[in-house]
Design a protein around this ligand. Structure first.
Ligand code: FAD
Length: 621
């Protein structure tokens, strides 16, 4: 019989990025015995890599900012496909979540009069991103971890045990969730180092597992982001929405090849950086779409004046939402005006004094110096689109973050709806604080109602068998690294930034073949630190999530946000009313059309009727 370490918790949080930590803090504050599980080392998550900042309408730099403007910007950025209630809660609650971080010990950069400083970012009408240089995520994670330690110290004082009510299980990957009688009963996984199995019995599980970028080769995402939470949710019977919408961040490094995809923060453009093609042209002026024409400058002079006088000038087009900038770069490179390595030039050197560049963008300075031998205070950076963020995710109730399966909650990047078809920069860090808190609160309330649950022995045996299968096949099976390479090839080439009917159909056929091959994946060696085995188990998740993306991308015959169809280049108001919902039918992904919730009239009233007319059908208006 296989040995399994067993634990019982009121609330189990899977993921130790910002969403997971904030959820765990809230569950623990509600008095619940809470586990935090992290595939990576504690403290290593995408949240820690976030550079630019967290968007919150505090109005510290421009007093005209408020939640209504933030709500408007978020809906515009998402091309009105957002779950309006999530966008509303996010805009209203983000400032409180940032101020609360200060009470946990966060030290944001300050304005001259001592308030939290806020910087410009694409799609945000006013300077709105609270930041710490270009290392904001590090401060956010540091502070949340510090809060957890302080709660553990309280528990020690009360119970003589630091881990009495909140415990971290790091380098522990969850591979299975259990659902019995329609409700969650626990989670199963393994420790990466020892390969030992572990079982968590619980009636309330919060998914906070982040993104899916590792299905693509050129990505800003690191190794953990294999869509585990998305796939776990699907396998429990929950649904995913908006999976066709992937954000290709416009500025990833393109050279040298070994670092291709690593993020170049949008703060470079927020702080004055401009994009040029190899002919020296500042090309973004040619790519302002009609829906944004009123808000963006049409001359370089006006765009440059905006940095010092934003009230009387319109914004530079380099600060359009990310989907617009990524498509523009893609077009320039395709038209032969890109660099040899397939990028364009991002110039901050001629726009700010060297000292300010080093002060405001220290990580970027070091990143380019060390990885590309480029001094960004003297030379332009070579940049191009990189797969960065998934807008799609677990379909949740806006207020409670509850998924459709009882006891399952989701927050942060793994959840869907908040960002519609395209996320604005800075809106993720605030999203995960706002909805992380809500997830912890509602998971705790659920645990109060249901008490504890325990998965059946048969379900646990099945999870063990699935986990061991690749090792049983050993060298006789398919090589996981080859399969991963093939998956990245399919997704990058056929389901990339620009999509076409024929290629999407081909991707679905090839993903189906790959799915069969993944079932035969084999790994030699044992369970003790065996990265091939880990990848073999991750592949099952990546393949199913990729199938959702490909099928939804084929179904949506329009272009919107992070989904561009060459054969349907326009936004279609009929599609604005539709969420594509993915669920599992046996092993296959099934798609359904579901109407989007209708925005309340007082929220619609925040927009000009003429603006809404660009997005909505006559019937909706
Ligand atoms: P993450 O922080 O990604 O954490 C996920 C956690 O889940 C990790 O602990 C991981 O180990 C764990 N996990 C995953 N699978 C499993 C499993 N199977 N079992 C157990 N644990 C698991 N957004 C902004 O708003 N502003 C920015 O300036 C910004 N800059 C960014 C810069 C970079 C380089 C990147 C990559 C992203 C950036 N983003 C930014 C996006 C933002 O950082 C992420 O969307 C956000 O941090 C996601 O937070 P999260 O809590 O949902 O998940």
């Amino acid at each position: 019989m296989t040995n399994i370490e067993r634990h019982t918790y009121d609330v189990v949080v899977i993921g130790a990025g910002g969403a997971g930590l904030r959820a765990a803090i809230e569950a623990r504050l509600a008095g619940k015995k809470t586990a935090i599980i992290s595939k990576s080392l504690f403290g290593k998550a995408h949240t820690v890599m976030a550079e630019g900042g967290a968007a919150a309408a505090m109005g510290n730099v421009n007093p005209r900012d408020n939640w209504q403007v933030h709500f408007r910007d978020t809906m515009r950025g998402g091309k009105f496909l957002n779950n309006f209630r999530m966008a509303e809660l996010h805009a209203k609650e983000a400032p409180d979540r940032i101020w609360e971080l200060e009470t946990y010990g966060a030290l944001f950069d300050r304005t001259k009069d001592g308030r939290i400083s806020q910087r410009n970012f694409g799609g945000h009408e006013y300077p709105r991103l609270a930041h710490v240089g270009d290392r904001t995520g590090l401060e956010l994670i540091r502070t949340l971890q510090q809060k957890i330690v302080s709660l553990q110290q309280e528990d020690f004082a009360e119970h003589g045990d630091y881990e009495a009510r909140i415990r971290v299980f790091q380098e522990c990957t969850i591979t299975e969730l259990f659902v019995e009688d329609g409700a969650v009963s626990g989670a199963f996984g393994y420790y990466r180092e020892s390969g030992d199995f572990v079982l968590f019995e619980s009636a309330a599980i919060v998914l906070a597992t982040g993104g899916v970028g590792k299905s693509y080769k050129v990505t800003s995402n690191s190794w953990e982001y294999t869509g585990d939470g998305h796939a776990l949710a699907l396998r429990t019977g929950a649904t995913l929405i908006n999976m066709e919408f992937l954000q290709f961040h416009p500025t990833g490094m393109v050279w040298p090849p070994s670092v291709k995809g690593i993020l170049v923060t949008e703060s470079v453009r927020g702080d004055g950086g401009v994009l040029r093609n190899t002919e020296g042209k500042r090309f973004m002026f040619d790519y302002v779409p009609d829906v944004f024409r009123k808000q963006y400058a049409d001359t370089e002079e006006e765009a440059d004046r905006w940095y010092s006088d934003p009230d009387n000038n319109r914004r530079p087009p380099e600060l359009l939402p990310r989907d617009e900038v990524a498509r523009a770069i893609n077009s320039e490179v395709k038209a032969g005006r890109g660099t040899k390595a397939g990028g364009v030039l991002l110039d901050i050197a001629s726009r700010l004094p060297a000292e300010q560049i080093r002060k405001r963008l220290p990580s970027m300075y070091h990143q380019f110096k060390e990885l590309a031998d480029v001094d960004i205070t003297k030379q332009p950076m070579e940049v191009g689109p990189t797969c960065h963020y998934v807008m799609g995710g677990v379909e949740v109730d806006a207020d409670t973050t509850a998924a459709s399966v009882a006891g399952l909650f989701a927050a942060g990047e793994v959840s869907g709806g908040m960002h519609g078809s395209n996320r604005l920069g800075g809106n993720s860090l605030s999203d995960l604080l706002v909805f992380g808190k809500r997830a912890g609160e509602h998971a705790a309330a659920h645990a109060d109602r249901i008490g504890r649950r325990r998965p059946s022995a048969a379900a646990v045996d099945a999870a063990v068998e699935t986990a061991l299968a690749p090792l049983a096949r050993a060298d006789a099976g398919e090589n996981p690294y080859v399969l991963h390479h093939d998956l990245q090839e399919i997704m990058g080439v056929l389901v990339g930034i620009i999509r076409r009917d024929g290629e999407l159909r081909e991707s679905i056929t090839r993903l189906a073949e790959l799915k069969e091959r993944v079932k035969k994946v084999g790994v030699s060696g044992g369970r003790r630190y065996n990265p091939g085995w880990h990848l073999a188990l991750d592949l099952r998740n990546m393949i199913i999530v990729s199938e959702c993306t490909a099928k939804a991308a084929l179904e949506r015959t329009e272009s919107r946000g992070g989904h561009t169809r060459e054969d349907f280049p326009k936004m279609d108001p009929k599609w604005r009313k539709v969420n594509l919902v993915c669920s599992l039918d046996g092993e296959d992904v099934r798609l359904e059309h579901k109407p989007l919730p209708v925005m309340r009239p007082e929220l619609q009233g925040l927009f000009d009727q003429s603006e809404l007319a660009k997005y909505m059908t006559d019937e909706e208006l």
